[in-house]
Write a protein that binds this ligand. Structure first.
Ligand SMILES: Cc1ncc(COP(=O)(O)O)c(C=O)c1O
Length: 289
């Protein structure tokens, strides 16, 4: 898919992780950080708000380590997320779609206060970015030749901050480009900073550029990736790829690493291609990335 011979595109395929997304890394790091500080014991309950991937990763890690899990999820995430969570044995608490992920975060915090559950807190626990510095970023440095540009979606900002730090240590001139959904669009995993919620881990000073992508473009690009490259990537990967191609078109030569945060499998029952063709309403009712 690279538009010119001098520009090479490398995708980091995080859908290959055991529970299917980049979030396995941060959940394991946060849980083990809490265990080291004596805050978690087997049999405890962990609570978290998530639009999908973090909840699924938590459900997996918790089973392996002997914790109970409750997740607050806004109605409107792709339905297979709920099915996957129930299969892993997590308890799902569905939240009002209007209050969005913010409403789910508030509910998770309330449950933690009232019942003494351990709040995973992916938006504020520094182990989130630390996991990406130690693992994701290191793997990119080891696997890819000199990286000139890194294109990454912004959810908690953990990937951007952790990988960005590692890449900058390796090459101070690397450009870190963030991808956000267009304001008001529910794109699963990512969020528009214009919505008024600034993820506490995110330092905008670490960004060299920010691009917005709408849902139809993200979904259309996810389909183009599987058709052209045989990689079934998730909808946020369509968005990051869309931006990687915009950046590539403005370069003569160089290496771009683009983050594919999850695989496309769990989105298929929601029929993303049909929704993109059916238009705005069907798209607005679903969190896509
Ligand atoms: C599919 C997907 N893409 C991208 C992201 C963004 O990653 P981060 O939270 O590290 O900013 C997430 C998670 O929030 C995600 O689930």
């Amino acid at each position: 898919m690279a538009p010119k011979p001098g520009v090479r595109l490398f995708a980091k395929l995080e859908g290959q992780n055991p529970s299917g997304s980049i979030k396995d890394r941060i959940v394991l790091a946060i849980v083990e950080g809490a265990e080291r500080r004596g805050l978690l014991r087997p049999g405890d309950t962990i609570v978290e708000a998530s639009s999908g991937n973090t909840a699924i990763a938590l459900a997996m890690v918790a089973k392996q380590k002997g914790y109970r899990v409750k997740v607050a999820i806004p109605r409107g995430v792709v339905p297979s997320v709920g099915d996957i969570l129930e299969t892993y044995g997590a308890e799902v608490i569905w939240c009002e779609p209007r209050s969005g992920l913010k409403g789910a975060i508030d509910l998770a915090q309330q449950l933690a206060r009232e019942h003494g559950y351990y709040p995973l807190s992916q938006f504020s626990d520094s182990m989130n970015m630390d996991a990406h510095y130690r693992t994701t970023g290191l793997e990119i440095v080891q696997a890819a030749p000199e990286v000139d540009v890194f294109v990454v979606g912004i959810g908690t900002g953990g990937t951007l901050m952790g990988v960005g730090k590692r890449l900058r240590e390796h090459n101070p001139n690397v450009r870190i480009v963030g991808v956000e959904p267009r304001l008001g669009e529910r794109l699963q995993g990512l969020r528009s900073l214009e919505e008024g919620f600034m993820p506490p881990l995110l330092d905008l000073g670490q960004l060299d550029g920010r691009f917005l992508v709408d849902s139809p473009s993200a979904i259309g690009m996810a389909r183009a990736i599987v058709r052209a490259e045989g990689i079934l990537a998730g909808v946020s990967s369509g968005a990051t790829m869309e931006v990687a191609l915009r950046v590539a078109n403005g370069m003569e030569k160089g290496n771009i690493v683009v983050m594919f945060a999850d695989g496309g499998w769990k989105y298929l029952p929601a029929r993303p291609w049909d929704a993109a063709e059916a238009g705005v309403k069907a798209l607005d009712e679903t969190h896509w990335w």
